[in-house]
Structure formats: C-alpha cells, structure tokens
Write a protein that binds this ligand. Structure first.
Ligand SMILES: Nc1ncnc2c1ncn2[C@@H]1O[C@H](COP(=O)(O)OP(=O)(O)O)[C@@H](O)[C@H]1O
Ligand SMILES: [Mg+2]
Length: 483
C-alpha cells in the first residue's frame, strides 16, 4: 500500500499506521518499510521551472490564489511504501489482507507500538525491557517467546549483536532460566560485573569456565559416544581405529580405570594392528597435550556442577578465547554431549544455548541436530553471527525469532531476506538503514509484527574490545619518550 504524507507529518521506517474505514468498522494495520518522494506528474517540471538561476529576475511574485505554499507542499510530499500486516475487524486481529479500505474516506493515523501490544501487557510478570521504539517509548517483550525456540541474531560487526545476546541472557537468568554461552571471544566473562568492574546483582549466578584454568575434562565423565564424536569429528580418526578405541574404552570402563594415564597404557599394550595403534596414539597425544584433561577430579569444577547451579537461573559462560580450533571442537562436543545427557536423563528441564560464530566450532551434522532433535529435548539455541551465510537457509526458516541489525552489504542482505519468514522488501529496506544499536525484531516475540527498536544500554563490563596497534597512549606514560 502506498500512502502520501506531507512534510509536517513525521513518519519513520518501521513505524505502524492504521487505515480506518469507519463505515465498515474495519481498519488495516500497515507498516512503513520505505519512504520516497512522491513523484506526482509535473512536479519535476515545476521544480526545474522554479530554479531562478542567478536570481537575475527582479520583481514581485504574484500569487493571487495563494497556491505557492500548496505547491511547495506537493513538491515535498513523500510516498510511504507500506506493507499490510493485519486487518483489525471490530477489535479482532486477522492476519490477512483480502480487504482494502476506501481510498477517499479512510482515516490514516499513526499507531504507537505499545498499542499494538497493549493486550499482552496487563499484569504480565514475564515482560523484559528490550529498548525503546521510534516514539521514544519503552519497548517490552515477553521473555517466554524465547522458550522452546530457535533464535538468530545477525548484523554486521559492531552493531550490537553480542550486546543484545547479553541482554537476553541476563533477562533469562533474572527469570530463573539456565543459560549456556559458547563465548568465542571471551566477551561474556564480564556479565557478572558492572561497567566499572564491581559485582552486579547477578554476579553469583554467572559462572565463567575457562578451559585449562577452572574447567578441565575428566575421562570418567565422558560417555563413549561423546568421546568417539571427538575422535572422529574433531581429530579425524578413521572408522577401524575408532572401533578398536571403543573396545579399549569398554575394557577400561569395566576395570574402573577411565583416566588419561590408563588410557595411554592400554593403547600401548593393546593387541592390534600397528597402524591402528599409531592412529590411536597420535590422537591420544593430541588430547593429552591439549591440557584440557586431568585425572584429578577433586581439583576441578565439573561442568555438570556449574550447570546444576543454574537450575534456578544462571549462566555458564564457556570462555573459548585463546583456544585452538581442535580444542574448541573437543570442548563443544563435550559440552553439547553433556547437555543432551542431562536433558534426556531429565536432570535438566531445558537449557538456553547462545552460540557466537558457531560455524567455527560446530560440526556439520550438529546444525540440523540442534534445530530438531536437541530442541525436542529442551535445548533452545540462539545463533549469533556477522556472516549470515554461515547459517543454513533451513535454520533461518525454522527460526522463531530473528534479531536483525544493520547490513549494508547486498549479499548479506540477500541471504537474510531470502531466508526469513518476513517479506524480502521489508528486511532489505529496513535493515539497510538501521543505525548502530537499532534492531529489527521479527517473529514470535513481536507477534509477527516486525518492530524496530533501539536496544537499551546495559551496565555490564564489556570485554569484546579488539586489540589495536594504534591505540592512544598518553605521552608521559610512554616509556620510550620518558627515558
Ligand atoms: N544498545 C546499546 N547501547 C549502548 N551500547 C551498545 C549497545 N549495543 C552495543 N553497544 C556497544 O557497542 C559496541 C559493539 O557492540 P557489540 O555488541 O560488541 O557488537 P557486535 O557483537 O555486533 O560486533 C560494544 O562496545 C557495546 O558495548
Ligand atoms: Mg559480537
């Protein structure tokens, strides 16, 4: 639907309008997705004619019918390109647009976003503050919309993706939900602190696990399935050797000797083909030298203990910063394997998983698994990425919520728009113009009304700073100069 707007009427991309037809009692709810000049026939000519060159013409403008101001109005008129989102029939929302209002009688008004969600508000204790709308009004959503869902946060670098992921994490934790974060840049490690480094309200509920430091793996906690996944997928162990490894594992398990030392001994003494032994040994040494494993269970916090603490609300941050690709794969296999075990054994009701740049550590077969099987068990994932093409199209299709930040690159816009449930025009036109920290929210969490919001600030320590070479150094603090 195209609507003409005059310069004194303030409308922005993403705003909602109602087009009411009082005779029928119906109204359309439309969203502005693009704003252009109204190209009314003759206007261009009029603009050219008005150009007075070097102002050489002297005299008085005579405008006996006082049309000049009107012409100026028409010249500046804008065309609002709108998408029809719903029809309001005597108060009931219908998500179709088979009806069109009268062009001559309809009354067009701005629809404040909070009115769109007015019914959901009353006494709802699950509301979280996401930010503010174009009208500078607080924008709240129901945190339960994240439950059981699959979410995607995407946008170019530095637009605020990790920020909203932190906001959602803290909101979930506040409402008693357990969260696990696969933190590739170590930027969630400050979640439990305010910007100036003091512990915040949720400090006790944020558990940071840094591999090799306070997070080590113990063979005793592994299921054979998870260990084989690591060997085959992360360390590329061939099938024959993997079968032999299975036998060794069962042998150690029966003898209650599942630890790295015994595993090394067993491989050494196992009766098998030399190639198989070599293959097993090379993987064994990779694991041993990774420093991720320990045989002393008492010394380390187990992942399971940390998860246990989040049951009444809490977040476990797996700090994957400074870990090698192989170590990351090993850790992620372990973490996901453990979570599935806890979920299937009903030791955990559900878990919200946040995965940043998941293509860096998630193996191919996990993607579908996460959106189907694991989701069924209660693992609800949020993928965060600045490279939208690393997420497969079917994952976008299955996504319940999409938090879209600015993209200027056409290729990225194309990827996101093609795959999301909302029409491509909206996604492309709105996302291209989003300022930093502004997000187009799509999906269940906004009742399928795409909403633009400025994400609210958070008082947490940010750790995501990129290390720079040319950083500002005060002359006096520069040791070379002061010498
Ligand atoms: N809504 C916001 N309000 C205030 N600061 C923000 C907001 N969103 C992001 N920031 C800040 O902007 C910077 C980049 O945000 P970040 O979330 O790390 O971007 P991204 O993950 O998209 O690369 C960070 O320093 C962050 O604290
Ligand atoms: Mg980020």
């Amino acid at each position: 639907m195209q609507i003409i707007s005059f310069p004194n009427e303030e409308v922005g991309k993403g705003d909602y309008l109602t087009v009411e037809d009082f005779k029928t009692g119906k109204s359309l709810i439309v969203q502005v997705v693009d704003i252009q000049y109204a190209n009314i026939p003759g206007i261009f000519e009029e603009l050219l004619r008005n150009y007075d060159g070097d102002s050489s013409l002297q005299g008085e403008d005579i405008d006996p019918f006082e049309v000049a101001t009107h012409i100026a109005y028409i010249q500046d008129a804008r065309l609002l390109v709108c998408k029809i989102r719903a029809t309001n029939i005597n108060g009931d929302m219908v998500f179709t647009s088979s009806w069109l209002p009268s062009r001559s009688r309809a009354v067009i008004r701005k629809l404040p976003i909070e009115r769109l969600f007015a019914s959901a508000k009353n006494g709802n204790e699950y509301l979280i503050d996401l930010g503010e709308t174009n009208e500078k009004k607080q924008f709240q959503v129901d945190v339960r919309a994240l439950d059981g869902g699959l979410n995607i946060i995407t946008g170019k670098k530095g637009t605020g993706k990790s920020h909203i992921a932190k906001l959602l994490t803290l909101s979930l934790v506040t409402h008693g939900a357990p969260v696990v974060i696969l933190d590739i840049n170590g930027e969630y490690t400050g979640l439990g602190r305010t910007a100036d480094g003091k512990p915040n309200d949720l400090h006790e509920k944020i558990h940071i696990l840094t591999p090799k430091k306070n997070f080590k793996l113990n063979l005793g906690e592994f299921k054979i399935r998870v260990m084989l996944n690591i060997l085959v997928n992360a360390l590329h162990l061939p099938g024959t050797s993997a079968r032999e490894f299975g036998r060794i594992w069962r042998f150690l398990d029966q003898n209650n000797a599942l630890n790295m030392r015994e595993l090394g001994e067993a491989i050494k003494n196992w009766k098998c083909n030399q190639h198989v032994r070599d293959a097993l040994f090379s993987r064994y040494y990779t694991l041993l030298n990774s420093g991720l494993f320990t045989d002393e269970p008492a010394k380390v916090a187990s992942f399971e203990d940390s998860i246990h603490k989040t049951r009444v609300g809490g977040a476990v941050v797996i700090n994957l910063r400074d870990t090698s690709t192989v170590d990351r794969h090993v850790l992620v296999e372990y973490v996901l394997g453990k979570l599935v075990d806890l979920l299937t054994a009903k030791k955990l009701r559900a878990i919200f998983l946040f995965a940043e740049e998941a293509h860096l550590y998630l193996r191919e077969t996990y993607w579908d698994d996460i959106v189907t099987r694991m989701r069924h068990y209660g693992m609800f994932t949020t993928f965060v990425t600045n490279q939208p093409e690393t997420i497969r199209e079917n994952i976008y299709r299955q996504a319940d919520n999409l938090f879209l930040f600015n993209f200027t690159n056409d290729h990225d816009l194309e990827t996101v728009s093609r795959a999301s449930k909302v029409d491509a025009d909206t996604v492309k036109s709105v996302a291209r113009d989003l300022p930093p920290h502004h997000c187009l929210v799509l999906g269940k969490i906004v009742n399928d009304f795409p909403i633009v919001t400025k994400v609210r600030k958070l008082d947490v320590q940010t750790m995501g700073h990129t290390r720079l070479f040319f950083s500002k150094i005060h002359p006096l603090s520069n040791p070379v100069r002061s010498m």
